[in-house]
Design a protein around this ligand. Structure first.
Ligand code: PGA
Length: 276
């Protein structure tokens, strides 16, 4: 099945208003040149209305999302912003990012609540899962892949986040494999390891939701992705795209990442036998 490739740009708590406008204008130009890749910008939420208005005319492939929201419609939640408030401007919502899990103590149960809230609001969740230590790789080096599955956080995170969710509700889900120790650190996770994890995560989705629904879910990798490492990852068939932090604010690297993905997609359309 052909899944549309996707690149998610997580600007985190960076950019001034002026920088956000400059960056987003450049990304709009990029989106008009490359139409086979969905590009999702996750700016700091305060700039979201500005950007949405500024990019009123934009290709359909370019959309917006939020890095965070609070899973209640309204209420006495000082400092928080509800999904309903951002819904008119955003199509996607990041849930379970490792920085939220570790720095803001969001546990599996809260991630699940946010995921369900996003789905109910009609926001497409981008669910991040990933081991919080390099344990999986160490074990893999010793050639005991079953130990990875027992010890790793990844599979538990996926399972708890999606508990009680049905196959219709995952239609717009994106799953991002993001090992904490690779996010914002410059550590490279070997492409073969990413491939292996994505394949087993999809198997877990198939077991819960069936082949058809699971096949629609896009699975991306995130963690210190650069224009250079993106090339290596794209040699793996099961990576549908990337969640990019640092390099998403780099006007040289980000277009290269998007273009590499578009080139692979063209190649696959012309040679369907190479699809995953
Ligand atoms: P990074 O961030 O690319 O800077 O590691 C990834 C992310 O935002 O999850």
């Amino acid at each position: 099945m052909h899944r549309r490739p996707i690149v998610i740009a997580n600007w985190k708590m960076y950019t001034s208003a002026a920088e956000a406008l400059t960056l987003s204008t450049r990304v709009r130009t990029l989106a008009t040149q490359v139409d086979d890749v969905d590009i999702v910008l996750l700016p700091p939420v305060i700039w979201l209305p500005l950007i949405v208005e500024h990019l009123h005319h934009r290709p359909r492939s370019l959309s917006f999302g939020v890095q965070n929201f609070y899973p209640a419609d309204e209420g006495a939640f000082t400092g928080e912003i509800s999904g309903a408030m951002i819904k008119p401007m955003a199509r996607y919502a990041l849930v379970g990012h490792s920085e939220r899990r570790t720095l803001f103590h969001e546990d599996d149960a809260f991630v699940h609540t946010k995921l369900v809230a996003a789905i109910e609001l009609g926001l497409s969740p981008i669910l991040c899962v990933g081991e919080l230590t390099p344990v999986a790789l160490t074990k893999r080096g010793r050639g005991r892949p079953t130990v990875i599955q027992r010890q790793s956080d990844i599979y538990r995170q996926l399972e708890t986040a999606l508990k009680g969710v049905n196959s219709r509700q995952i239609e717009h889900l994106v799953v991002a494999y993001e090992p904490l120790w690779a996010v914002g650190t410059g550590n490279n996770v070997p492409a073969a390891h990413v491939e292996e994890v994505l394949v087993s995560l999809r198997a877990q989705l198939v077991a819960q939701f069936g082949e058809v629904a699971a096949a629609r879910v896009r699975m991306v990798y995130g963690g210190s992705v650069t224009a250079l490492t993106a090339q290596e990852y794209l040699a793996q068939p099961h990576i549908d795209g990337f969640l990019v932090g640092g390099a998403s604010r780099d006007l040289r690297q980000f277009p290269q990442i998007v273009t590499s993905l578009a080139e692979r997609s063209h190649h696959r359309i012309q040679h369907p036998e190479h699809r995953s």
